[in-house]
Design a protein around this ligand. Sequence first.
Ligand SMILES: O=C(CO)[C@@H](O)[C@H](O)COP(=O)(O)O
Ligand SMILES: [Fe+2]
Length: 229
Amino acid sequence: MNSPAKPYLIAPSILSADFARLGEEVEKVLESGADVIHFDVMDNHYVPNLTFGSMICKALRDYGVEAPIDVHLMVSPVDSMIEQFLEAGASIITFHPEASSHIDRSLQLIKDGGAECGLVLNPATPLHYLDYVMDKVDQILLMSVNPGYGGQSFIDSTLDKVRQVRQRIITSGRDIRLEVDGGIKASNIRAIAEAGADMFVAGSAIFNQEDYKAAIDEMRAELLLANNS
Ligand SMILES: O=C(CO)[C@@H](O)[C@H](O)COP(=O)(O)O
Ligand SMILES: [Fe+2]
């Protein structure tokens, strides 16, 4: 059985939003039914692209955004960025284990700062990174594209990985969210949910549409059809 323990969460990635109007974009996507704001931090070192830092996260909080902000750190090293994002009001912070020298310490740093913590595994990153942290993580993020850019195609081998991680979560007996990120759209979200995911990042499939609500509603309709029994 692949049944997730929590309702499905849709997390638009602001990487595909209009940065010149970021506050309005975030407001609009939340009004359109988004559950969480996914915040992609890239450093032109761990990944070959550069986005935004903690000041933008703080600016969104100051603008009045109260929804959970899910910070996906694609940076190396990670610990100084974790501290900055804790101060900036991040709700969830995930990082790539190969970008941290001391994975357990980085996870504990996030927890001690009052945020939820998790690891991100790239398409070719093995699951063994999860072996000794299942008692600690609140969330596991499986990348379904290679990190660095929005608008890429979903890598199908992720589905098997999702099934395997769902089994690990069930075995752990803990309530750990399983998030998938990259190339998600209405046409594939149901299969990803049926494999065991319960949190879905979508950037281009939402922000590249005229009507954000229609895009999110279409994804929710597909999720309602997901058969997890
Ligand atoms: O972390 C990343 C890319 O590195 C993602 O969060 C993307 O921003 C998702 O964008 P789409 O694939 O949905 O357009
Ligand atoms: Fe992301």
